[in-house]
Design a protein around this ligand. Structure first.
Ligand code: ATP
Ligand code: MG
Length: 356
C-alpha cells in the first residue's frame, strides 16, 4: 500500500470518446495530479445503462474508446489505476448500503439530476436506476476512500451528496461525533475521509450550441479525436447573432469562453487583444476568431490524435483489455478492503471472502 493521498474521478461511456469539456474540466487536473496522488480513474459503464440500456454493444465500444482517449491524453495505467465499474462488486454492494443513508427526496432534488432529465429529454419515463446512479456515484468514490475528486462544476452536487454519505456513515457506524469537523473524521475513527471536489481550470465549458454544457449526449461536443477539419467545421457552426466585425461583441459568449480556455493559456497577450477588439467591435469578425481558435485547439489535439491513432484496430483493443485487467485487479484489492471495513462497522460481516 502506498502512502500517497488518493484521488478518484471518472467518465461515463455514453459516447465513443471524450471532448474538450472533459479536457479543461477534468483531464488536465488528472494529468497534473497523477504524479503526486495515488490516482483511480473510473469508467462508469454500469451508469451508462441508465440512459442506454438498449445499446449494450455501444456501451462496450464507448468503454474501449474512452480508455483509448485516456491513454492518448497521457493517463498512465502503470502509475494510476484504471477502474472498470462493472468488475468491482464492492461498488454495487456499497451502493445498496449507502442508499439507506440518503433521503429519497434529497436524491430527487439533486440539481444535476434535474438538469440531466431536462437536457437529455428523459421526461418522466426514466428508469428507477437513473436517480439511483447518484447514490452509485457515492459508492464509486468512497470505495477508494479518496481525498480529492477532480470534476467539472456539474458534478459538485454529486460530490456534496457523497460527502453527506461519508459524514453520516462515519457518525452512524464509526462513532464519530456530530461536531467533529469533516477534515478530522479519519483521526476521530471514521472509515471514510470526507472527499473534496477539485474543479478544473474551466468549470463548465459551453458546447457549440452556445448555451448548454458541452456534453457527450447533447450533440454539441468537439471530441478529442475529431479531425482537424471537423474541429474547424464544428467551430464554424457556432452562431453568436453578431452581424459584422464592427458590431460590439459579447465578451462572455461561447467564442470568448473558448478564447479563454484555449488561447489564453498559451498566449495571454493575444487572448486579451482578441477580447478587447471583439468587445469594442474593432474590426474582428467571428470568422477570424473561429479560425484562430481552430488553430489553437488543433495544436492542443494533434499529439493526442497521433497517440490515439497508434491504438486503432485489434492491437489497440487488445492493449485496452490488458489495461482493464491490470486496473480491475488493483482496484478490487482496495474496494474489497473498504467493503470489508464498512461491513465490519455495520456489524454485517459474517464470512471472509476473496476476489480475483
Ligand atoms: P453525459 O452527457 O453522458 O453526462 P458528459 O459529457 O457530461 O456526458 P461525463 O462522463 O458525465 O461527461 O463527465 C465526466 C467528467 O467531465 C465530469 O467530471 C464532468 O464534470 C466533466 N465535464 C463534462 N463536461 C464538462 C464540461 N462541458 N465542462 C467542464 N467539465 C466537464
Ligand atoms: Mg455528465
Amino acid at each position: 500500500m502506498t502512502a500517497k493521498p488518493r484521488i478518484l474521478t471518472g467518465d461515463t461511456p455514453t459516447s465513443t470518446g471524450l471532448h474538450l469539456g472533459h479536457y479543461v474540466g477534468s483531464l488536465e487536473n488528472r494529468l497534473a495530479l497523477q504524479e503526486q496522488y495515488d490516482s483511480y480513474f473510473l469508467i462508469a459503464n454500469v451508469h451508462a445503462f441508465t440512459t442506454m440500456a438498449d445499446k449494450p454493444e455501444q456501451i462496450r465500444a464507448n468503454t474501449i474508446g474512452i480508455i483509448k482517449d485516456w491513454l492518448a491524453v497521457g493517463l498512465d495505467p502503470d502509475r494510476s489505476t484504471f477502474v472498470l465499474q462493472s468488475e468491482i462488486p464492492a461498488i454495487a454492494e456499497l451502493t445498496f448500503f449507502f442508499a439507506m443513508l440518503i433521503p429519497f427526496n434529497k436524491v430527487m432534488r439533486n440539481p444535476t439530476l434535474k438538469t440531466e432529465i431536462e437536457t437529455k429529454g428523459l421526461g418522466d419515463s426514466y428508469p428507477f436506476g437513473f436517480p439511483m446512479y447518484a447514490v452509485g456515484q457515492c459508492a464509486d468514490i468512497l470505495a477508494f476512500r479518496p481525498e480529492l475528486v477532480p470534476v467539472g462544476e456539474d458534478q459538485e452536487a454529486h460530490i456534496e451528496m457523497c460527502r453527506d454519505v461519508a459524514l453520516k456513515f462515519n457518525q452512524q457506524y464509526c462513532g464519530v461525533g456530530n461536531r467533529v469537523p469533516a477534515a478530522e473524521h479519519v483521526q476521530a475513527g471514521g472509515l471514510f475521509p470526507i472527499p473534496a471536489a477539485k474543479v478544473g481550470r474551466v468549470a463548465r465549458l459551453a458546447g457549440i450550441d452556445g448555451t448548454n454544457k458541452m456534453s457527450k449526449s447533447l450533440g454539441n461536443a468537439i471530441f478529442l479525436y475529431d479531425s482537424a477539419k471537423d474541429v474547424q467545421k464544428k467551430l464554424n457552426k457556432i452562431t453568436t447573432g453578431r452581424q459584422s466585425p464592427n458590431e460590439p461583441g459579447d465578451g462572455n459568449n461561447v467564442l470568448m469562453q473558448y478564447v479563454d480556455a484555449f488561447i489564453a493559456g498559451g498566449d495571454p497577450a493575444r487572448a486579451a487583444e482578441i477580447k478587447r477588439r471583439y468587445v469594442a467591435g474593432d474590426n474582428l469578425g467571428d470568422g477570424h476568431v473561429k479560425a484562430e481558435l481552430g488553430e489553437a485547439i488543433n495544436r492542443l489535439l494533434e499529439p493526442m490524435r497521433a497517440r490515439r491513432a497508434t491504438l486503432d484496430g485489434p492491437a489497440g483493443d487488445q492493449r485496452v483489455m490488458e489495461v482493464i485487467a491490470q486496473g480491475v485487479k488493483r482496484a478490487n484489492v482496495v474496494a474489497e478492503e473498504t467493503l470489508t471495513l464498512a461491513k465490519k462497522a455495520m456489524k454485517a460481516d459474517f464470512v471472509h471472502r476473496t476476489i480475483g
